[in-house]
Design a protein around this ligand. Sequence first.
Ligand code: PMP
Length: 450
Amino acid sequence: SVNPQTKAWQDISQKHHLAPFSDYKDLRPRIITKAKGVYLWDSEGQKILDGMAGLWCTALGYGREELVEAASRQMRELPFYNTFFKTAHPPVLELARTIAEITPGNLNHLFFTGGGSEGNDTMLRLVRHYWASKGMPEKQIIISRKNAYHGSTVAGASLGGMKPMHEQGGLPIPGIVHIAQPYWFAEGGDLDEETFGIQVADELEKKIQALGENKIAAFIAEPIQGAGGVIVPPASYWPRIREILAKYDILFVADEVICGFGRTGEWFGSDYYGNQPDLMTIAKGLTSGYVPMGGLVVSDKVYQQIKEVGDFNHGFTYSGHPVAAAVALENIRILREENIVETVKTQTAPYFQKRLRELCAHPLVGEVRGVGLLGAIELVKDKASRTRYPEAQAVGMMCREHCFNNGLVMRAVGDTMIIAPPLVISKTEVDELVEKATLCLDLTQKQLGA
Ligand code: PMP
């Protein structure tokens, strides 16, 4: 039973709120009312450690006054103006220059969006326009990966490789194909990790040859697949993929919506793997989630071509919204001045990864993996044979529920438990996270009667 105010809000939810990712048969959400640092509070007064940074969003954690100040200053000065028809404003220009400074290589040109999905939509139109404008209109196919998540718009969900999403609405749209993800724990069989990495990467070349060598416009992937289950690729995977993309002159698109802005201990997941993408989508950590904003970062090479053509008929009302841009600028200023990405790399991430791996000893845990402040715990019925519970999704949800009830947010992707705390989490808070995760694994194991 819940307090009357919670009950009233849950009733509204049932009647009026189409919350995504909820169970439509039982729309009684937990009501989150406030947050500070790495903690949330719900309408029942429970304090919860946010092990998912909102939704892989908040780098700086909650309650940073500087971001509030930046937003209110900008609202007073210029709350809104568009960036169409030869107009711009200082915050969007400063932000474009700042992002160009921190993104790898020649990624120097910014198109801003309202979020990650719009960034990937923009990418799809832009890369097809790029090849057509170079006199290669047959280069139109985009290769993505199974189980990838690249957004919920028609293009985003098509680029994504989530079967249940494809089944609703007749997706993917034409010209998008999917190859395997480098998910060694579940699909590696008897192969060692590095051999498996090469084998999965080689699927890209096979797919290119099957479809026609001169028909592929781009390959899109996250450096580490996030919502697909925190799939950390074997070390052999990215070097092989890079070779293949270069061989067939295919644009490389990095979806950095989750990996970007410090999550891996580098500014971008592409830096972590030494990848040099031609285009990059960003969102989430860009503003720490305080205001919605995303973007597509375009390399000199792609930009020069589009500039030569002189036209790309594309733009959103909220592209480069001044308030969002001001918050993003302040967010990046703090990340830089407080050395947060470096601290993740040298202090917090090594500690977090070490403590998380202690959970490998738990009877319910088949594997723990992760990079930076990204982690995944695979729940298994039998450790040695990596046998999973048949009702994987239910087991994951069970564990997630125990976490919530004991003051910790973890996400369940099937029976893979995902962790991605705010980048500012302290070592003491990491200890608390691991302690709570252990308790939740115990409770799940007990409920399973194992
Ligand atoms: N790409 C990735 C890798 C994501 O994780 C997400 C959001 N979870 C998106 C794209 C879509 O971003 P948005 O929800 O801001 O549209």
